[in-house]
Design a protein around this ligand. Structure first.
Ligand code: IMP
Ligand code: MG
Length: 192
C-alpha cells in the first residue's frame, strides 16, 4: 500500500460494505465452541486470558456460556499491540499491560478476536509458558488462514474467513466499530 492509499484509508467516512457474520450466527457458534471446549475447561485451575482490546466482547460471551456449564475460571486480560493505526501490522508485538493473576501450574485458555499473522498469539503463548502455565490453549472467534506468518494454529476457532479487513464484535478500525454486534467488512467510498 502506498502512502496516499494509507492516508485515504485513515479518513472517514467508511461504510459497512457487507455483514460477514450476523449476531445470531455468533451467538450460536459461541455456544458450540463452549461445548467443544468444556472438556478441556474442567480443571480446578483454569485461567481465561483475553487479549485486549479486541477480545472483550468474545470473552464476555464465552465466560457466560461457560458459567451455564458450571465452569468458573479466573479471568484476566493483557493488552498486546502490533497494529498501531490503520490496517497494517507493524510485526512487532509489545506488552502494554500484563496479566496480574498467577498462572503458574494453571491451565490457560488465551482468547483473541482474530488470528491473522499469528504473531500476537504465538508471542502470548510463549509468554504464558515462560510464566509457568501448565498448558496454554487458544480460542479465536475468527481465523484468516491465508495471512499466517508465524507458525501458529488455534485450538478452537469460531469461523475461518478469507483475507479482508473486518470490524465489529470487538474488532476495530482506528478504535471505531468495536460495538457492532456483528462482523462486517468495511468499505471505503470508492469501492462500495
Ligand atoms: P496477528 O498478530 O497478525 O495474528 O493479529 C492479531 C491482531 O490484529 C488481532 O488481535 C486484531 O487486533 C488485529 N487484526 C487482525 N486482522 C484484523 C482485522 O481484519 N480487523 C481488525 N483487527 C484485525
Ligand atoms: Mg486491533
Amino acid at each position: 500500500m502506498d502512502n496516499l492509499q494509507q492516508e485515504r484509508m485513515e479518513l472517514p467516512p467508511h461504510t459497512i460494505a457487507e455483514v460477514i457474520v450476523t449476531a445470531e450466527k455468533i451467538d450460536e457458534r459461541v455456544n458450540q465452541l463452549v461445548n467443544e471446549m468444556q472438556g478441556h475447561c474442567r480443571t480446578d485451575n483454569l485461567v481465561m486470558i483475553g487479549i485486549l482490546r479486541g477480545s472483550f466482547m468474545f470473552v464476555a460471551d464465552l465466560v457466560r456460556a461457560l458459567y451455564a456449564h458450571d465452569i468458573h475460571p479466573r479471568i484476566d486480560f493483557m493488552t498486546l499491540e502490533s497494529y498501531g493505526t490503520g490496517t497494517q501490522s507493524s510485526g512487532n508485538v509489545v506488552i502494554r499491560k500484563d496479566i496480574t493473576v498467577d498462572v503458574s501450574g494453571a491451565d490457560v485458555v488465551l482468547i483473541d478476536d482474530i488470528l491473522d499473522s499469528g504473531r500476537t498469539l504465538a508471542f502470548a503463548q510463549r509468554l504464558l509458558t515462560s510464566k509457568g502455565a501448565k498448558s496454554v490453549k487458544s480460542c479465536v472467534l475468527l481465523d484468516k488462514p491465508e495471512t499466517r506468518i508465524a507458525q501458529f494454529a488455534a485450538d478452537f476457532v469460531g469461523f475461518s474467513i478469507e483475507d479482508s479487513f473486518v470490524v465489529g464484535y470487538g474488532l476495530d478500525y482506528n478504535s471505531y466499530y468495536r460495538e457492532l454486534p456483528y462482523i462486517a467488512r468495511i468499505g471505503f467510498p470508492e469501492e462500495v
